[in-house]
Design a protein. Structure first.
Length: 328
């Protein structure tokens, strides 16, 4: 079908930011350099005191909307942008992450093949603070989805490489504002339970990994929030994936506090970690947390229901899962 008669969906990108001026310019450029024909770009700044506002003003001719004012945190900032977005597809790109070339075109083409998916997620790169590539996110570029692996295992969805069907988002609800660390995990599960997502094998985005991110500094408060999210959708209060999160955090604490945890104890944690990660294979995941197979049958999906009562590589996934990297 010729481009002139093909429907290219409007894509709305929301960038939440707070004092991320060192990265914001690169983030903005990565969106604008997509040269996508129907782009809506919204920046929600939380009242930054660094150079962020000056950077935004330098680019405001290309923005649909921007503001810089105090807010109630990352979820509130993103929801503000999502509620004003008009695109068929919506996404948030944290100020310290960035899109890779042709990302929006890849997503638009996938939407054209299946406009009813709940969200569209692709592969990407892990990069360091300076934007230098560390490794590809999905092993061997095998981008697949499995709901049980997400609920009982780890969050293997690369947030900056994810785009949401706005109709489905309106039906399941926006980000849960009380969540700080696992707000995307909760949303992916809600959306996937509503309608299956569509994996995209292309490289779409880069996610920075550095010590100051919220994911890296969340420690046991982050683990407890992720545990509560998993308990909401699983039939057990402690899933193997949540236990992996806990053990990874405990192991890092043991390395830092050898006055409390001797080397022999750290080795015991490593042994327990390995045994626990092997349990992920019971839920359609590899021991590193990534799905071993694609979407399960619809009957398998419906078995994952909300409760009425409400290794080195796996460690890297654990430390990245839950949020893109924005230190808000």
């Amino acid at each position: 079908m010729a481009d002139e008669i093909r429907h290219w969906p409007r894509i709305s990108v929301i960038t939440p930011s707070y004092n991320q001026g060192q990265f914001l310019g690169h983030c903005i450029s990565s969106v604008l350099q997509q040269n996508y024909q129907d782009l809506e770009f919204i920046i929600i700044d939380g009242g930054s005191t660094d150079e962020s506002v000056a950077i935004i003003k330098d680019n405001e001719a290309h923005l649909t909307f921007w503001c810089s004012e105090p807010d109630d945190g990352q979820a509130a900032a993103i929801n503000k942008g999502l509620r004003m977005a008009t695109g068929e597809l919506v996404a948030w790109l944290n100020a310290d992450d960035f899109y890779l070339p042709e990302a929006l075109n890849h997503v638009a083409l996938s939407y054209q093949t299946n406009p009813n998916a709940s969200f569209y997620f692709g592969d990407g790169l892990r990069v360091d603070k300076n934007g230098r590539s560390l490794q590809r996110f999905f092993p061997e570029g095998n981008v697949v989805f499995n709901l049980r692996a997400l609920v009982y295992g780890l969050n293997y969805i690369l947030q900056p490489a994810t785009f949401i069907n706005r109709v489905k988002l309106a039906e399941v609800g926006y980000l849960e504002p009380t969540l700080r660390y696992g707000l995307d995990t909760d949303l992916w599960i809600r959306l996937a339970k509503h309608t299956p997502p569509l994996p995209i094998t292309a490289l779409l985005a880069a996610s920075r990994e550095y010590p100051d991110t919220k994911t890296a500094t969340g420690s046991f408060a982050r683990i407890e929030e992720l545990r509560r999210i998993a308990e909401t959708y699983a039939d057990i209060p402690m899933t193997p994936g949540t236990l992996c999160y806990f053990l990874d955090t405990l192991q890092r604490l043991a390395r830092e506090r050898k006055d409390v945890f001797p080397a022999s104890y750290e080795q015991s944690i490593a042994t327990f970690f390995a045994a626990t990660s092997n349990l992920l294979t019971n839920y359609g995941a590899r021991s590193d947390g990534f799905p071993s197979s694609g979407q399960e049958s619809r009957s398998d999906i419906t078995r994952v229901k909300p409760r009425k009562s409400a290794g080195a590589f796996v460690g890297r996934l654990i430390r990245k899962a839950g949020l893109g990297g924005e230190n808000i």
